[in-house]
Structures are given as structure tokens and as C-alpha cells.
Write a new protein. Structure first.
Length: 640
């Protein structure tokens, strides 16, 4: 097939020699004899047509037949394709005729062309009236050669229309391409038969064996090509190996691992990956019960499948392999759960050569993708980098770490991100030199504790509003913050999805956060309208040992300040009236990085999973003569 010289004599002869009936076939498909004196016997073909017969057919039709179909007829004047192909039998030179659109398909397709149709749609709409019909036996299906859809090689495209399906026809660029696809289908239908062994099956099985070794050596692109071809022939093992490569090339897309979920050697890797789609809510047909039934039908323990699905939903699942690879996974998770995504990835990549396959049908640690903390680290680019690493004792090319995902500093907050819109507000607290796990005790509401790692956006938007919480006043502003540690050693608590306003009741949590050392609070509120009260605002406060050192709040051209502010952070220098809002924001964020060493991990906050908790209120109770307004519309909320 691929990479081999092609002749109809060899191709059809091989198909003839390999032919065995399907289990439900009742007829032998006739006999075959090549136009060059091949053997006669049971099989799908017939003796070839002579040149005079082919010329007579062309004169009757008024057209010279396309090259590959003409050559086919000279070797076999017709062919028994197969029952599952919809088209059962292709006629010979005397049987073919123009289709002439007996079912009125042309106007149906022309109606849907629209004002600016694609060229391929125009070709398809006109195909029905000009096509040449090849089949003589089918299940409401037609094999149609289109003389209006001609390639540079002179070949006519072949369309297979399954009238019972109601779908667009399948298009093949030539008659030869169609027959090669039908040959692969012939193999697929018989691949599970013990007596279906021949030169082709042996060659394809050898490709699967070679692909497995290539994959483990990091040469995944070569392995991919071999497995895709073997899969097209239905060879055992090809699909499950191929799907592991595809899984890592598209890390969060669904792949199927069949009965592998029942094998205790592979279950810890593949069952959680199979559960990723239903855990995300993407499974629809029959819900959880149907999915659990599917896993049970494949031999997986239903209780185990249900436990895995529940753990994935709750964010508590842990990918925990054995050995040195398992120790590296645990180390990487500890880094990633506090926001150090790039450091975690480097640990994984460095340790990957020590990964050992639990059996011959696993060629990559796909279970990593189902871990709620580590799975998001594997982007498509990093999936390719992972596949390029030699592992399981094999030798291969040098490791390529892949791109770093976290820029330094804070300026990335001004740029579009996966889960944030340009102009979104944010607020955060940085505390120097402490364990992030201590933050709930410093600034959390009563009883606050770290959640399991979760998506910060989801945690923020799913949090109950003040009017939905007993004992919470409407004026209170309790933020759901994502927690982590910066590369410079600051513990941070960050809210990038809240929609509360920086109002007159704001009370900086910097002093409370600084009980053990220096703390910094930043709040940026974008302009919401041109009115005075809705202009852009920016707040900075710095405290140490429970005492505020300095602070400023800028709203429009007005500046409130206290304490001795370092010159580099002077709001007069940073917020120039002649500069735009975005330019001023960038300038102050760069100054915060340079003066205080503040940063935030972009990947963890926008794509990854972090611990969260709920803080104490960022606003104080209204005093005498002060008022506030609380509004809740849909999922939004505001306080002023």
C-alpha cells in the first residue's frame, strides 16, 4: 500500500488470495481471473475485460473512462466489494451507465449553495446529473464517478452516496483511492478472525511492533504514521497505541482505550483518562449511568469507575505511579499546586526517561492528564515534547523542554488571557517569606481553609453571594482568592474574577496580612463609564509587622496617599494625566516588580488549578451618615 509501487494485477491478486467470507456471508462472491492469466477461484473478482469491450463501453457512454478505472476493468470486469460498504458489487464494462439523478438530488443541493458557495459544494451539486453509476448490487447506495470533478492526473472523483443515511456522500479522489479504502475495510471486518492470517496482516502487525518501539524512543511522528496505517487495516493493538499518541497531541480531547480499563496493569493510567469527559460534564448520552455501564461492560469494576469519576469531579484525584517516576510526579505536584507550573514541568520532563510501562500496551504516561493539578500543565506543545522523550529504558533524541508559560512580573495582567477579558479588574495580597498555607489564618474568614486545587474562575463565580449566606452582611466583600507562591518567595492570594468596586468603604487587608512580615495589597478597578464615580482606580498599600507603611489610591486625576512612598512608586510619577489608562497600569505594574519583586504565575491563574479560600471582608461597615448600595443581577454583583 503506502510507499509501494501499485499495479492492479498485484493489488487485486493479493485481495483475491486473502479473500475469506464474512461470518454472515452466504455467497462466495463469484470467481476471478486476471486479464494477464491469473488464477481462477472463489473470490470477489471476475475475469478482466478485453480492450474491445472497454472501448465499446466508452463509445456507448460517449466518454473515455478515467485511467485507474479503465486499468481496473482490464484486470477484473467487476468486483464484489463487501456488504458493510453499502455498495455490494461493482458491475463490469457492460453494466455501467449514467446515473441521471433519478431521485432529484440536484435541486436539493443547489438550494443550499448560498450566495458565495465553495467550489467543492458547486461540484457536488452538479455531480448527480453527470455521474457514472458503477454498482449493480447495493443497499440503497450508489458508487458514482464524476467526470466534472477531475484531478491533475485525469482521475475522476468517486462519490459513495448511502441513500438510507441522509448524509453527504463520501468522496474519494479516484477509483483507485476508493478501492484501496474498500480493501482496508475488508481487512478491518475480518481482523478478529483467528483464521485471517496472511502476508498483509503479518506486515501490518510488524509495523505495530516497530511503531511501539519508535514511540518509546521518542520518535513519535514515525510511530504515528505506522499506527495510523495499521489502524486502517483494523490490526489488534494499533488503536490503543495510536490513541495514546493522539491523547498527548490533544491532551484534553477524548480518546478510547477499549478493554484496557479492565486490566489492573493499565487501569490506574487509562480509567481516569476515560473519565475526564464525563467529569467535565461533556458526557450526554445516558449520563453517568450509561458511562459507568460502558466501563463495566468492558470489564472495569463499576465501583472503582464511580470512585474515579467522583474524585475527578471533586478535584481530589491523584495520579500516583510507583518508583522514581512516581516520586517525581509527587514533587511536581507540590510545585504546581502553589503555582510554579514551569518548575513542575521541568521536574516531570527530567524524570520522564525513568517512566516504566506496566505492560506492552502502554507507551506513554497518559494518566498524568487526569491529575487535576498536573494535567493542565500538558499543553499540546508540551504533549509533543513529552512524546519526544525516550522512556521505558529506550534511547532517543535529547529532551526539549518546550516553551515556558509564565512571563516574569505582573504586566501580563494587562494582556488578554484564556479566562480574562482585557480591562478586567483584579486584586491581590502578597506576603513575604511565609508558607501560602498560612494565608487563611491571616486574612481568611472564620473557619477558612484551603480548598482542593480548582479553577480560580469557577471557584469565584460559583461562590455564594452575600444575600445567599447566613450571617453575612450585604456590605461585606468576602473575596474568593487563589493561593500560591511566586518565584521570588512571596505567598499570594489573588482574585482576578471578582466584580466588586473599590469604594469608599474599602479597608486594606495589608496590616492583617503582615503579622509575620511585609505584605502588599494591590487593587485595580477598570473604568466602567465616563462618570466620575466609575473612573479607573488603582490602590497600593504596603504594611509590615501589623502596621501600614504607606499607601495610595488613584481615581482619575485624584490621588489619596499616606506614609512615605518610595520615589519609584510615587503615584504622581506613575499616573500621568496625559497617558492612557493602559499605559499607566503597565508602568505601575513594572514598578511593583522592580521595587518589590512582585509577580504572579499567569498559567496557574488562567489555565491551571490552585487552592482557594474565602477572605474576610475587604470593606468595613458603613459609619454614621455613610450608605452603600448592593446589586445582584444574574451572576454579577457590585457594591458601592
Amino acid at each position: 500500500m503506502s510507499g509501494e509501487s501499485f499495479t492492479w494485477q498485484e493489488f487485486l491478486g493479493r485481495w483475491q488470495r486473502e479473500w475469506v467470507p464474512r461470518a454472515d456471508d452466504e455467497e462466495d462472491g463469484g470467481s476471478w481471473e486476471s486479464g494477464a492469466g491469473g488464477e481462477v477461484g472463489a473470490g470477489p473478482g471476475r475475469p478482466g475485460a478485453g480492450e474491445a469491450v472497454i472501448v465499446a463501453a466508452e463509445e456507448r457512454l460517449g466518454r473515455r473512462l478515467p485511467p485507474s478505472y479503465r486499468e481496473f476493468l482490464a484486470v477484473s470486469d467487476g468486483w464484489h466489494v463487501d456488504q458493510t460498504a453499502g455498495v455490494y458489487r461493482l458491475g463490469g464494462a457492460a453494466d455501467i451507465d449514467w446515473f441521471r439523478d433519478p431521485f432529484g438530488m440536484t435541486p436539493l443541493y443547489e438550494e443550499n449553495l448560498g450566495d458565495d458557495p465553495r467550489a467543492e459544494d458547486v461540484l457536488l451539486a452538479g455531480m448527480w446529473r453527470r455521474a457514472l453509476r458503477l454498482e449493480t448490487d447495493s443497499d440503497m447506495s450508489h458508487a458514482l464517478l464524476d467526470p466534472g470533478d477531475v484531478g491533475a492526473d485525469g482521475e475522476w472523483a468517486l462519490y459513495v452516496y448511502k441513500g438510507w443515511g441522509g448524509e453527504l456522500p463520501d468522496r474519494y479522489p479516484s477509483f483507485r483511492a476508493y478501492m484501496e479504502a474498500m480493501y482496508r475495510g475488508f481487512h478491518c471486518d475480518r481482523a478478529e478472525r483467528d483464521d485471517f492470517v496472511n502476508a498483509t496482516t503479518r506486515a501490518q502487525d510488524a509495523r505495530v511492533d516497530r511503531a511501539r518501539l519508535l514511540a518509546l524512543r521518542g520518535r513519535y511522528e514515525e510511530a504515528l504514521a505506522l499506527l495510523e496505517e495499521a489502524r486502517s487495516f483494523g490490526r489488534p493493538r494499533s488503536a490503543v497505541l495510536l490513541n495514546q499518541l493522539r491523547q498527548l497531541l490533544s491532551p484534553h480531547g477524548p480518546q478510547d482505550y477499549g478493554d484496557l480499563v479492565a486490566d489492573p496493569r493499565y487501569l490506574p493510567e487509562v480509567l481516569p483518562v476515560q473519565a475526564m469527559a464525563p467529569a467535565r460534564g461533556e458526557w450526554r448520552l445516558g449520563g453517568d449511568g450509561h458511562w459507568l455501564g460502558m466501563m463495566a461492560a468492558r470489564g472495569a469494576d463499576r465501583d472503582a469507575a464511580e470512585a474515579v469519576l467522583s474524585a475527578l469531579r471533586e478535584g481530589t484525584h491523584r495520579y500516583a505511579p510507583d518508583g522514581r517516576w512516581g516520586r517525581a510526579v509527587a514533587e511536581a505536584r507540590e510545585s504546581a499546586r502553589w503555582g510554579s507550573s514551569d518548575a513542575a514541568w521541568r521536574v516531570l520532563l527530567e524524570a520522564l526517561p525513568r517512566w516504566e510501562a506496566p505492560g506492552p500496551l502502554l507507551i506513554a504516561p497518559v494518566g498524568l492528564l487526569a491529575d487535576p493539578v498536573l494535567g493542565p500543565l500538558v499543553t499540546p506543545e508540551r504533549g509533543r515534547a513529552l512524546l519526544a522523550v525516550a522512556r521505558a529504558g529506550q534511547r532517543g533524541p535529547a529532551r526539549v523542554p518546550g516553551p515556558a508559560l509564565d512571563p516574569p512580573g505582573l504586566v501580563w495582567l494587562t494582556e488578554p488571557a484564556a479566562d480574562r477579558r482585557p480591562g478586567d479588574g483584579y486584586r491581590g495580597i502578597w506576603v513575604e517569606g511565609i508558607d501560602p498555607a498560612r494565608l487563611p489564618a491571616l486574612i481568611g474568614e472564620e473557619g477558612a481553609a484551603l480548598s482542593a486545587p480548582t479553577e480560580p474562575r469557577r471557584a469565584s463565580w460559583q461562590a455564594p453571594r452575600p444575600h445567599e449566606r447566613e450571617g453575612v452582611e450585604l456590605w461585606e466583600d468576602r473575596a474568593v482568592v487563589a493561593v500560591g507562591r511566586t518565584a521570588e518567595g512571596w505567598a499570594f492570594a489573588f482574585d482576578g474574577h471578582g466584580h466588586r468596586r473599590l469604594g469608599t468603604l474599602f479597608r486594606s487587608p495589608a496590616a492583617a496580612a503582615s503579622a509575620a512580615g511585609r505584605a502588599v495589597v494591590v487593587w485595580r478597578e477598570p473604568s466602567r463609564s465616563s462618570t466620575e464615580e466609575h473612573r479607573a482606580a488603582f490602590h497600593l498599600s504596603v504594611a509590615e509587622r501589623g502596621q501600614e507603611l504607606y499607601a495610595f489610591t488613584v481615581r482619575g486625576g485624584e490621588i489619596e496617599r499616606s506614609g512615605v512612598i518610595p520615589e519609584v512608586l510615587d503615584p504622581v510619577r506613575l499616573f500621568r494625566p496625559e497617558d492612557g489608562e493602559l499605559e499607566c497600569e503597565r508602568r505601575v505594574l513594572e514598578a511593583l516588580q522592580g521595587e518589590l519583586g512582585l509577580s504572579l504565575p499567569r498559567f496557574a491563574l488562567t489555565v491551571g488549578r490552585l487552592h482557594t479560600f474565602t477572605t474576610r471582608s475587604w470593606t468595613r461597615a458603613p459609619g454614621a451618615g455613610e450608605g452603600f448600595a448592593y446589586a445582584c443581577l444574574g451572576s454579577g454583583r457590585s457594591l458601592s
